[in-house]
Design a binder for this molecule. Structure first.
Ligand code: DUC
Ligand code: ZN
Length: 477
């Protein structure tokens, strides 16, 4: 990239988190990209002083839900306007929500509709994961390869959930297309029969309290489903990523698979580090704020999640932002049974500050590791790197300036999502993103939104893996 005569923007004198470590340098921006990195850069048309600030790559939130189809008549609170606004106020500059196909729907229609929903409203850049809930022969043969070629290069599948779950045969079919197309397959790995059997058992016994949500989604079921997903991917010889890993047993299966050299990747989310099963088991219904699947596990499970993050068994840290209103969660009144509570917690704006405070300021994690988990690795695994996820010459100028010392007590009132609660209400964190820059534009600065809905762009993701012609060699012989 040629150095321009005058930069559009110079971010001056911050501690800039490069892949090799932090450096005290300036960042010169031209045409929305990083044009130069170095000390003493020439003046820019706009100068942004950053001394005392940590400059991180803008976050890539690779698992978040917004404006998804209603669940039992209840719509998510966030559309692309409030969802992406909340993201950028929390230091995130790229989001990857889900275009969700359920049984009987055309995935191509769902994706076309999702583009219409996102285009006029998104504040920041985005691409889509494809949820395949109905892998018909036509979808596998035509739609899926076409949508992957058009820039949605990751596919999510479910091993549970009515209307979405695939059986093992269907999983193999999707994995095989992904292998041939060089796409990533993300798996929601819970054991469906366990969940259904236990749920029925509890309901028959009139055990409807929230705590039975946790008990009907046992961690051993996640471990089994994780091992099964890994095994099916091994048959097809294709990479997979296990989503929202919640429990020690699943972490162990992933660690073992990696040790065997399998291309298995994994993600965890704030709710498995900062919430626990005890938060759900409340005498009133307030525990519904923490109901999601897989559920947060007993508190003693949390150290295993931290170990998984720190030793890179879990290499992606996403929000799984699922913006259900609390009022909708408990719309069945004081006796709302656990089965009637929409699953999911909001967290797109709090994802990065929660981790920064506990991990970086807590002395567990370097700044470079934080950048890797929250931006660089998700960008790589989902075909957005090096445009997104890294501070490097030529990359998009997607950046967040952090005040590492700022203490903030989280309240729902200060957040920018449209959801009526946060499960992190009252938690105090140290470290907050005070300025966010998207493609060289300052979009959030010291509490002020300086951006418009609709400026975000769809990013056609590259194929993260090399397409493999034909069957895996072991099946050919
Ligand atoms: N679990 C999911 O799998 N997706 C959305 C929310 C949730 O809790
Ligand atoms: Zn999700």
């Amino acid at each position: 990239m040629n150095k321009p005569q005058v930069f559009d923007l110079v971010i001056r004198g911050g501690t800039v988190v490069l892949p090799e470590g932090p450096a005290h340098i300036d960042i010169g921006v031209h045409d929305g990209r990083i044009a130069a990195l170095g000390a003493g850069l020439a003046a820019g048309r706009v100068e942004l002083p950053a001394s005392g600030r940590i400059v991180l790559p803008g976050g890539v939130d690779a698992h978040c839900h917004m404006d998804q189809q209603p669940w039992e008549g209840r719509a998510t609170a966030d559309d692309f306007r409030s969802g992406t606004l909340s993201a950028l106020c929390g230091g995130t500059t790229t989001v990857i929500p889900f275009a969700m196909q359920m049984r009987g729907q055309s995935l191509a229609d769902v994706v076309a509709d999702y583009h219409e929903r996102a285009r006029p409203k998104a504040y920041i850049d985005y691409t889509f994961h494809l949820i395949v809930g109905d892998p018909t022969p036509e979808l596998l043969r035509e739609e899926l390869p076409r949508l992957i070629a058009e820039g949605c290069t990751s596919v999510k599948i479910y091993l549970t959930y009515e209307g979405l779950k695939l059986d093992d045969y269907e999983v193999l079919e999707v994995l095989n297309v992904a292998r041939q197309e060089g796409a990533m397959v993300m798996v929601h790995a819970e054991n469906d029969a366990c969940i259904r059997w236990l749920t029925e058992h509890f309901l028959k016994a009139r055990k409807t309290h929230l705590r039975y949500h946790v008990m009907s989604h046992p961690a051993i079921g996640d471990r089994e489903a994780t091992f099964r997903a890994i095994s099916l991917a091994e048959v097809i010889e294709t990479p997979i990523l296990i989503c929202h890993v919640s429990a020690a047993g699943a972490v162990e299966e992933i660690r073992r698979a990696k040790a065997r050299g399998l291309p298995v990747y994994a993600e965890t989310c704030p709710q498995y580090l900062f919430l626990s099963a005890e938060d759900i088991d409340t005498p009133d219904l307030s525990g519904a704020m923490c109901v999601c699947t897989p559920p947060p596990r007993p508190r003693e499970n949390q150290p295993a999640m931290w170990r998984g993050l720190l030793d890179s068994t879990l290499e992606v840290f996403s929000s799984d932002h699922s913006p259900w209103n609390y009022t909708d969660k408990i719309s069945g009144g004081p006796d709302t049974p656990f089965t009637r509570i929409p699953n999911g917690v909001p967290g797109i704006e709090t994802r990065l500050p929660l981790l920064f405070s506990a991990a970086v300021n807590g002395g567990r994690m370097s700044l470079s590791k934080f950048a890797e988990l929250t931006a660089t690795t998700p960008a790589r695994l989902y075909g957005l790197y090096p445009e997104k996820g890294v501070i490097a010459v030529g990359s998009d100028a997607d950046l967040a300036l952090w005040d590492a010392e700022r203490e903030v007590t989280i309240t729902n009132a200060m957040l920018h999502h449209a959801t009526d609660h946060t499960p992190y209400e009252g938690m105090t964190v140290r470290g907050w993103p005070v300025t966010t820059i998207s493609r060289g534009e300052i979009v959030w600065d010291e509490g002020e939104v300086r951006s418009e809905a609709g400026r975000g762009r769809f990013i056609a993701a590259k194929r993260p893996f090399t397409p493999q012609p034909g069957l895996p060699p072991v099946l050919e012989s």
